[in-house]
Ligand binder design. Structure first.
Ligand code: F0G
Length: 484
């Protein structure tokens, strides 16, 4: 039985926690006058804030999830050995059991898997079609000499939607793309579970089966990114009729059996660190294997500590529990539905990674090239201490001619790390977003004063393009004379 079986007599939907808190970390909530100094000192970039200055860290769900007591316990029995560690054996057996693959390569995190896969398979000028890109994926494919093409459906970028599978790939576009570029120029087709950049939106097994069919016809490989598979599986179970009575492992296998190479960031899916690459094919395995000792570490640790490896093995087993995988989607739904009901532009339906505010509608008076999603991140931090992540134009890099490229979606992501926040904290987020929406006219744009060429969103520095942050602080003080 899962928490969805618990009904509140009031009829209200409440995301009930099926765990209790046994270890806590103290939080700070600085006064608004100090928060504005912190964010301006951090180049108006939430990546550069000090965590001690952050109240609710909703930057990412990467490496910030709560571990279970079983994971922590497993870490203390880890078998420390450079080669042949028993901890690795546990992880390997778990991978075989859950994903159904025969070969496994451990790596230090998800992008290391992307590095190795791209170096092994991407050909110069090769085009990798995908349902949607992730920043590090795109960067690694381009680093290997290829490019990406996103073949999402028309529904994917609609902010308001009730489509159950916005992460689906558009099959007609896939066929057309292969015909235009020629199958010999397609190193592989990539599917990303729980499509990160469009809001943690899932794809269906039915869609992936169609992708498989097209790939079989054209003799192409499928590379599957399962960093967010747990939440995608939750949505398949709750939304795809064929799987409503299936157990979780059956659904995971249904998805993974359709792929040739599978990889993940353990920072997400297993609530640990690390990552890995799995495949059924000896040929593919051998094509990648020798890069692990070269870039990561020996084949039985791949740059991870043995403690991480133990915790990862347990964490992967835990995604077979509906109570575990429903936590984030249900908390996100609670927040998204509340904001949506208040008329705030938020991506719907709620996805599996966080709540995504649409900066184009939230701040229609701030042009995209003045980085409206980045400005929204700054404004929300100032008025709440909540740290979100810009997923818009700042997250794009300039084109080959040095022009700034307006992103298709201009979002502020408020990630929901697994099992971390309580419901009152989520209510605080909703309250402060609503206050900001009422006062949105006060928010202005940003401009770069220090701009890296690649992945500029990580360490680039910006400043407000007027005195709008001061005005926002003044209004906050007027409304909350004593409060934080
Ligand atoms: N693939 C997906 C779908 C991801 O979301 C991430 C990371 C990666 C690959 C790369 O993995 O960070 O372990 O190297 N996403 C993080 C985020 C960074 O904040 O969404 P990594």
């Amino acid at each position: 039985m899962s928490n969805s079986s618990v009904q509140f007599a009031s009829g209200e939907f409440v995301p009930l926690e099926m765990h209790k808190v046994r270890v806590v970390q103290k939080l700070n909530l600085l006064p608004v006058e100090e928060r504005v100094k912190s964010i301006e000192g951090a180049g108006c970039n939430t990546f550069l804030l000090q965590n001690k200055d952050v109240f609710l860290d909703m930057l990412t769900d990467s490496g910030t999830n709560a571990m279970s007591d079983q994971q922590v316990a497993a870490m203390s029995v880890a078998d420390d050995a450079y080669a042949g560690s028993a901890s690795y054996e546990k992880l390997y057996n778990t991978i075989v059991d859950i994903l159904g693959t025969e070969y496994f390569l451990p790596v230090h995190q998800g992008r290391a898997a992307e590095h190795i896969i791209s170096q092994a398979f991407v050909t110069k000028d090769g085009v990798v079609p995908m349902n949607f890109h992730f920043t590090t994926t795109k960067a690694h494919i381009e680093y290997a000499g290829g490019s990406i093409d996103e073949l999402f459906t028309d529904e994917a970028l609609k902010i308001k939607s009730n489509h159950p599978f916005k992460g689906n790939m558009d099959i007609d576009k896939l066929k057309a793309k292969i015909a235009t570029v020629g199958k010999e120029n397609v190193p592989y087709v990539r599917m990303e579970a729980g499509t990160n950049l469009i809001g943690g939106q899932p794809f269906s097994i039915a869609n992936m089966r169609e992708v498989r069919e097209v790939c079989d016809t054209n003799d192409l490989l499928i590379v599957l990114d399962i960093s967010l598979i747990a939440e995608n599986i939750y949505f398949i179970k709750t939304r795809e009729e064929e799987f409503k009575d299936a157990d979780i492992k059956t659904i995971i296998r249904a998805m993974c059996d359709l792929a040739d190479v599978i990889y993940f960031s353990g920072r997400k899916v297993s609530c640990t660190r690390g990552g890995g690459i799995a495949t059924k094919s000896k040929e593919h395995y051998l094509r990648m294997r020798d890069m692990v000792p070269l870039f990561e570490g020996f084949l039985t640790y791949g740059g991870m500590s043995v403690r991480e490896i133990e915790a990862m093995a347990v964490g992967l087993q835990e995604i077979l529990d509906m109570n575990m995988i429903s936590q984030s989607p249900q908390f996100i739904k609670y927040l998204v539905d509340d904001l949506d009901a208040a008329g705030i532009p938020v991506v719907t339906p709620a996805g599996g990674l966080g709540a995504h505010l649409d900066a184009k509608q939230f701040l229609p008076h701030v042009p995209q090239l003045e980085y409206s999603a980045g400005a929204l991140a700054v404004a929300l931090y100032i008025i709440s201490g909540i740290r979100g992540m810009e997923r818009g134009t700042i997250s794009m890099d300039r084109d080959a001619d040095g022009n700034d490229v307006a992103s298709e979606v201009e979002l502020l992501r408020l990630a929901m790390p697994r099992r971390v926040f309580t419901l009152s904290q989520v209510k605080y987020v909703a309250d402060r977003v609503k206050w900001l929406y009422k006062n949105r006219d006060l928010v202005g744009g940003l401009e770069f004063y220090d701009e890296p060429k690649v992945l500029r969103f990580f360490v680039g520095r910006l400043k407000p393009n007027s005195d709008w942050t001061e005005k926002l602080v003044a209004k906050f003080r007027e409304d909350f004379p004593e409060g934080l």
